[in-house]
Design a protein around this ligand. Structure first.
Ligand SMILES: Cc1cc2nc3c(=O)[nH]c(=O)nc-3n(C[C@H](O)[C@H](O)[C@H](O)COP(=O)(O)OP(=O)(O)OC[C@H]3O[C@@H](n4cnc5c(N)ncnc54)[C@H](O)[C@@H]3O)c2cc1C
Ligand SMILES: *[C@@H]1O[C@H](CO)[C@@H](O)[C@H](O)[C@H]1NC(C)=O
Length: 470
């Protein structure tokens, strides 16, 4: 059937109009089963195959594979890559792995916890879900983590990672103490800030595996308490919420007392809810009534809950720490709403809420290139990091180009490590926080279906994205 066949057009329109129902009946149960199998496999691996003491042996195995690759004649060698299938990783890119020499990097173990130095040593495939499950009962969490349980410690290091704690510590890579990497000749290198491999230490973040295979890393941890006291501050007026974010993040004054977690959800150009959270214990029985298990399947989606404070006014709650860290998991921020428009209905949540979220791995595994072309061009899923000075302007531009709310904002330090130290240019002089070696930037998260697409108007997503980048 041709591109423009009326039948095909009607079918696509029908599928779009009824996507919530189709996703509920076919996609969610399949995604759930798929994920249950993956979780079972992970559980099995954690429970029966865990062997931190055999780390060196596993590394030697990988080393042998690399050397065998290197022994081939030069013109026979295909580029190397990890054998982790594309659909398992969170990145939305699809890389042709079958044209490469695939090296299994089956490294899933948490290796050791050093409470004195406050670092945990892990293998790269340990996930955010695994590490928070391990650390929180011991009174710690990663200094920089991610809100998505399936992200891996290694992927975040070699890709990108930032979070709502980053106004205190910067990007994920700032919390990496050391990297263990196998280079192309099979040699094992331990890179730290100060040893002879410090050039590699700074070059690895954002290298996406192009410099070597990561086999272990040490990550900084921070002591925590079981709950987060989260204050919701509704703010009216764009300048008011932008000023508040600059102020609370310490962008203006290095001596400002910083909250532990800081983010804002912008619901329209002039309305936002700023959230500040601090670690705390909850012992007072009266205060216990204010505990909210936001991650439970029957609870309203987190951003919908946040939105209610625009009407209710300022208030606070206590959220169990792990639930706070995974607060955006169930609705994938606010992406699920465009898939299942009735997903936040209380009855739906009660009956089917536990099926959420549809798993990125499942969606990637089952999506054909045709469907991908049809759907990916109709959504925006972008995190854009900009200096705090342009906060107002960036919200305005995002509205012009994408016309979709909510928008996520959270601040992040970017350190100046000197010229040519890594892949990231240091902040300009006028972007630096006075008297420090960092500038205050922020993540602008624009996720969802652009307004023109919703209204079925003409829309050029590539043009919009290029304009935003400019
Ligand atoms: C729903 C969603 C929400 C997100 N939210 C955020 C957010 O809030 N903040 C944020 O910072 N990011 C966010 N991201 C992006 C995410 O951090 C990146 O996709 C990151 O790459 C983590 O994904 P991963 O662990 O699957 O790594 P992968 O994508 O698998 O890996 C990243 C890169 O590192 C390479 N690599 C991985 N392991 C090794 C190894 N052992 N040796 C050599 N190379 C390796 C991979 O080949 C790839 O090029 C989000 C992504 C999604 C899908
Ligand atoms: C968190 O701590 C900061 C700094 O000490 C303080 O200014 C802020 O009011 C606290 N917020 C909450 C919700 O307790």
């Amino acid at each position: 059937m041709g591109e423009s066949s009326p039948f095909r057009k009607r079918l696509i329109r029908w599928l779009e109009d009824n996507r919530g129902f189709i996703i509920l009946v076919f996609c969610l149960p399949a995604s759930f089963l798929f994920d249950t199998c993956l979780q079972l496999r992970n559980w099995f691996r954690r429970t029966f195959l865990s062997a931190p003491e055999k780390h060196d042996e596993r590394v030697r195995d990988i080393q042998r594979r690399i050397r065998r690759w290197g022994d081939q004649p030069k013109d026979k060698r295909k580029p190397m890559c990890t054998s982790r299938p594309n659909w398992l990783s969170l990145s939305t890119t699809f890389f042709q792995k079958d044209q490469c020499e695939k090296i299994p990097v089956d490294l899933y173990n948490i290796l050791s916890l050093d409470e004195e130095r406050q670092v945990v040593r892990v293998e790269p495939m340990v996930s955010v879900g695994d590490i928070t499950r391990y650390l929180i009962p011991r009174g710690y969490t990663l200094a920089v983590t991610l809100e998505i349980a399936d992200a891996t410690c290694g992927g975040l290091g070699l890709g990108v990672g930032m979070t709502t704690y980053s106004h205190r510590v910067g990007f994920y890579q700032e919390a990496v103490e050391s990297w263990d990497v196998l280079l192309g000749d099979g040699s094992l290198v331990h890179a730290t800030k100060d040893n002879e491999h410090s050039d590699l230490y700074y070059a690895l973040p954002w290298s996406h595996g192009s410099l070597g295979l990561l086999v272990a890393m040490e990550l900084k941890i921070i002591p925590v308490k079981p709950y987060l006291k989260l204050k919701y501050i509704p703010v009216h007026g764009q300048k008011a919420y932008c000023d508040m974010m600059r102020d609370l993040s310490g962008a203006l004054d290095k001596t400002a007392k910083l909250p532990d977690y800081l983010e804002a959800t912008v619901f329209s150009k002039d309305e936002a809810v700023v959230m500040v959270g601090n670690f705390t214990d909850v012992t007072d029985p009266k205060e216990k009534a204010k505990i909210n298990h936001v991650a439970s399947w029957y609870k309203p989606w987190f951003y919908k809950h946040v939105e209610t404070f625009l009407q209710k006014g300022e208030d606070y709650e206590y959220i169990p720490l792990r639930e706070y860290l995974l607060r955006h998991n169930r609705a994938i921020f606010w992406v699920v709403e465009s898939m299942i428009p009735f997903g936040n209905n209380p009855i739906f949540r009660l009956l089917f809420g536990w099926l959420l979220p549809p798993k990125p791995a499942f969606l990637k595994f089952t999506t054909t290139p045709g469907v991908r072309a049809m759907t990916f061009a109709k959504q925006v899923f972008q995190d854009i990091v900009l200096p705090m000075t342009v906060l107002e302007k960036s919200v305005d531009r995002a509205e012009q180009l994408f016309d979709t709310y909510p928008i996520l904002i959270y601040p992040c330090r970017i350190y100046d490590h000197g010229p040519a130290m890594g892949q990231l240019r240091p902040p300009r002089k006028d972007q630096m926080c006075p008297g420090t070696n960092y500038g205050m930037f922020y993540d602008l998260g624009v996720y969802g279906v652009p307004g023109p697409v919703k209204r079925r108007e003409r829309y050029d997503p590539v043009h919009a994205m290029r304009s935003m980048e400019k």
